[in-house]
Design a protein around this ligand. Structure first.
Ligand SMILES: C[S@@+](CC[C@H](N)C(=O)[O-])C[C@H]1O[C@@H](n2cnc3c(N)ncnc32)[C@H](O)[C@@H]1O
Length: 190
């Protein structure tokens, strides 16, 4: 990755996924918030033609932007973009999941009032946990600005209470920046 900065949390997540799953041809990934499609495109490339990526977004324009980005950048189709809330993941995904990504908040360059919200995000995480494969992980990039930190607080409470022997929960924060940089949570199946 050129000019990689660990301080850019989204890039750091991509690095972790490449290192953890790269080179395999049996991957099943989920992008719980596809937005403009950048994370979905990354996951599709990592999964390769024989892998599978299922991506969700509530907004029609996000689904369209993602479909356009993928169809112009990939010469294979290993994805399914779904216009629905991620809490309904069980309607669409039944195979074991290697990695799932949440990039919370609002869609950049769009209506900032449409944001993820703690109860549906937590419901989606709850529904994903039983789907995780033995090497399964959920990467959750969280922001303070869209709701003054409510979502981070509720996610922290929820993840704090996950069974210690079943899951490792990792929290990564940047401690020397102003303007509320994003914070990363990783749930890893033990
Ligand atoms: C920060 S953006 C995602 C950025 C995206 N990963 C990318 O690479 O461009 C957050 C997205 O979450 C979507 N969203 C909000 N609530 C949702 C829900 N309940 N289910 C699925 N998507 C949701 C928003 O519509 C928005 O597009």
């Amino acid at each position: 990755m050129e000019n990689l900065k660990y301080g850019k949390i989204v890039e750091f997540v991509h690095l972790l996924i490449s290192q953890s799953y790269g080179g395999r041809n049996d991957l099943n990934f989920v992008d719980a918030t596809c937005g403009n499609g950048f994370d979905t495109l990354f996951l599709c490339k990592e999964a390769g033609p024989s892998g599978q990526v299922t991506a969700f977004d509530l907004q029609q324009q996000a689904v369209e932007r993602t479909n356009t980005l993928l169809s112009t950048n990939l010469n294979f189709k290993n994805y399914n973009i779904i216009k629905d809330s991620h809490e309904f993941i069980n309607k669409y995904v039944s195979e074991k999941v290697n990695a799932a990504l949440f990039n919370l908040g609002y869609l950049p360059f769009s209506d900032k009032k449409i944001t993820t919200n703690p109860s549906t995000t937590i419901k989606a995480i709850e529904n994903l946990l039983p789907l995780l494969d033995t090497d399964g992980r959920i990467y959750i990039t969280t922001y303070i600005s869209h709701d003054s930190g409510t979502e981070i607080k509720e996610i922290t409470n929820f993840l704090n209470n996950l069974n210690k022997s079943d899951y490792n929960v990792i929290n990564l924060r940047i401690i020397n920046k102003e303007n509320n940089p994003p914070e990363l949570f990783i749930v890893e199946k033990n």
